[in-house]
Design a protein around this ligand. Structure first.
Ligand code: SF4
Ligand code: SF4
Length: 120
């Protein structure tokens, strides 16, 4: 049984952490990420615009954090950092950083799936 994707009513990680990655993921270097969406942060790394400041919020994030309808406006073009950041328990593993981002917006940690044993 699958659950509804919790990210579709969260978005906290996109508005809490600095989202940085190797510049080679930008379109000018042959990658998917539009150059105008990033800012250079070191000689070989860039960050999503809006995430290199406090308070942080990626300029590609649309909607209100913690509300239904929040989404990434460049989902198909997002970086490996975004693609690899998973909601807790999405594939059975806890992601404490997911908890941290959610807590910053007063959202509870995602609950671990309940394992029901039929053995007696
Ligand atoms: S590019 Fe999309 S997934 Fe990545 S931080 Fe921005 S809004 Fe979030
Ligand atoms: S903080 Fe966790 S639940 Fe919220 S959008 Fe990010 S990965 Fe999804």
């Amino acid at each position: 049984m699958s659950r509804v994707n919790p990210c579709l009513e969260c978005g906290a990680c996109c508005a809490h952490f600095r989202v940085s990655f190797y510049w080679g993921e930008c379109q000018s270097a042959g990658g998917p990420v539009p150059d105008e969406r990033v800012i250079q942060v070191t000689h070989n790394r860039v960050a999503m615009l809006g995430t290199d400041v406090k308070p942080s919020r990626c300029t590609a994030l649309v909607g209100e954090v913690g509300k239904p309808g929040v989404s990434c406006s460049m989902y198909a073009q997002r970086s490996s950092t975004c693609r690899e950041f998973e909601a807790s328990w999405e594939h059975g593993e806890h992601n404490p950083a997911c908890d941290t981002a959610r807590a910053a917006y007063g959202l509870p940690p995602l609950p671990a799936p309940v394992i029901i044993s039929l053995a007696s």
